[in-house]
Design a protein around this ligand. Sequence first.
Ligand code: AKG
Length: 290
Amino acid sequence: MTQSSAQQMTAAREDTLSTYVTDKDIVQYQTDGVVVIRGVLDTAQIDALREGVEGVLGSLGAHSDEYETNGKGRFAQDMFMWKRKDRIGDIFRDTVLYSPLAAVAGALMQSQKISFLYDQMFVKEPGTANPTPWHQDLPYWPFKGDQICGIWCPLDPVDLSSGGMKYVKGSHRSGKWYAPRHFGGDDKAYDGAQGDVMPDIEKLARPDELASWEMNPGDCIVFHGLTIHGSGGNTSLSRRRRAVSLRWAGDDVRYDARPGAYPFPNDGLQDGQALGTTLDYPTVWRSASK
Ligand SMILES: O=C(O)CCC(=O)C(=O)O
């Protein structure tokens, strides 16, 4: 890429940023640990991701799970699609590099640069009863820091009845760290996992403590790595619920391979080292303001 096309790309991304993220969104992200941003992905990006997800459903990778075991519906998960060497890999890499998502993460986390952590897919087909258990993401990840988030992007219209996500507002600032547990019924803690047992949020949280949104494809939810979240099953018998979640790290994030974290790929990062210098966690966006 020439220097001028790189500059054009940066300028285009900065424009995108002012289009999508307002000061109010930044305050809401910082305060609640979660915010919805509407209309971020365009039709071509949504269609490409749908094609990618269909491809993944037909050829799940080494880090995938099928959580539904009762023969009703399907709850499938897969990760690291951007590393695949096929068309599916191209689609996820293009989303990471050319969609506004990295810039949105940079603006909300007030970071000068953004490194990409990984992508994940969650599909709940119609009639899938399985909830997504309440959890925080950061305890699963071998990273530490405050500027770390996920961006959840539905590829079908979604509401609570079809498995829309729910978030506990402000839980990223509670100082609590909950032990990572397996999804899919067997909710055993990961070996060596550190942290408390997640309380029964469904029972304990007041409705005004929870955030959720009806969403259309193109909308996304940005949430801090420590914000507690979960979802119900997809009780709709006609609507699919396909979603991708992409994870991003800002300036203050460091590698931290603690016991109990998921075994992420690592091509050379040492504990305490900043991201962006290795291929597994590349820097994909820089603020034009510096
Ligand atoms: O889509 C889901 O059900 C789970 C999403 C999730 O937990 C995440 O994006 O971190």
